[in-house]
Design a protein around this ligand. Structure first.
Ligand SMILES: Nc1ncnc2c1ncn2[C@@H]1O[C@H](COP(=O)(O)OP(=O)(O)OP(=O)(O)O)[C@@H](O)[C@H]1O
Ligand SMILES: [Mg+2]
Length: 287
């Protein structure tokens, strides 16, 4: 069973395990009993024993433990219904898990009050398959919306109301995704690939430390998908942003991630270096 060797899963990846390399490197205590995830140094995401069921019977997430160090690019693969989106949402507490511990950007968010949680989340950018742009507004206004993670008020809604510095920053973000020339164009007149670039620019506008992308190129044709994914991963790498994305494109997972996680029926079945993976073997996670 090819997954056996790859299933270094919980003990090796858990930051809570005694003797974990990150723990040793950081000089953190090796006792796991008292050490919460917030004690970990250099981990942008630490999850232990995450469980979630929607009906109280079937476990959608069945005890997932995972640690993502700062700056790492991680691809999550797995068949439809494996629990990938649920996992990402639980990591942000957009869905409340039933049990388990979660540390995001070094802070334990398990019982964090909403207001503090919003502050932690403001440093995390999201990009989804459906880009959720405001179609009747321009690309520039949509990118400016990224600043709403840190500010509120109408001047972060429309480019005409935004302070010059904010507009310039948004233009810079659009320029980084190659769309400065379309800044004033309404989003409903853009192609799927261009719209997804606007969504990426909006995430950049947030100045995130961490970006989560759930099937960011699933609605794009193969060529646009390849182009957008390459650009996206390169932006994350050049800015040192921790990047966790899901994909059904195994070649994208291998090419654009440092590390590959495989979920099957809510369990972590694979955790290994992306470059070391063989597509034919990876397909077995879909069986
Ligand atoms: N809000 C919900 N209420 C009930 N069941 C849900 C809910 N959200 C997800 N599920 C179920 O949880 C399971 C995992 O769904 P999830 O969306 O996490 O899978 P996925 O791995 O992201 O799949 P895909 O590749 O299709 O996006 C599915 O069986 C789904 O029907
Ligand atoms: Mg999904």
């Amino acid at each position: 069973m090819p997954w056996e060797g790859a299933s270094m899963t919980n003990n090796e990846t858990s930051p809570f395990a005694p003797g974990h390399p990150d723990r040793a490197a950081s000089g953190a205590p090796s006792s796991t009993a008292q050490a919460g995830p917030e004690t970990e140094v250099g981990l942008d995401l630490a999850v232990e024993g995450l469980r979630k069921s929607f009906d109280g019977k079937k476990a959608i997430l069945d005890g997932i433990s995972l640690a993502v160090p700062r700056g790492q690019a991680v691809a999550i693969i797995g068949s439809n219904g494996a629990g990938k989106s649920t996992f990402l949402r639980c990591c942000m507490r957009l869905i409340e898990p039933d049990s388990g511990r979660i540390a995001l950007l070094g802070e334990n968010i398990d019982h964090m009050p909403r207001r503090r949680l919003r502050r932690v989340r403001s440093q995390v950018g999201f990009v989804f398959q459906r880009h959720n742009l405001v179609s009747r507004l321009s690309a520039l206004s949509n990118v400016i919306h990224g600043a709403q993670a840190h500010h509120s008020g109408p001047c972060y809604w429309h480019q005409a109301l935004a302070p010059k510095a904010v507009r310039e920053q948004a233009m810079h973000c659009l320029d980084r995704v190659g769309l400065a020339h379309l800044a004033r164009q309404r989003v409903d007149s853009l192609s799927g690939g261009q719209s997804q670039r606007v969504a990426i620019a909006r995430a950049l506008m947030q100045r995130p430390r961490f970006v989560i992308a759930d099937e960011p190129v699933a609605s794009l044709d193969p060529s646009a998908g390849e182009e957008v994914m390459e650009m996206f991963a390169e932006l994350m790498r050049s800015d040192g942003i921790t990047f966790v994305f899901t994909s059904h494109h195994l070649d994208h997972a291998i090419s654009y991630a440092d590390r590959l996680i495989g979920l099957r029926q809510g369990r972590l079945e694979l955790d290994g270096l992306a470059k070391a993976q063989d597509i034919a073997v990876l397909r077995e996670i879909y069986e």
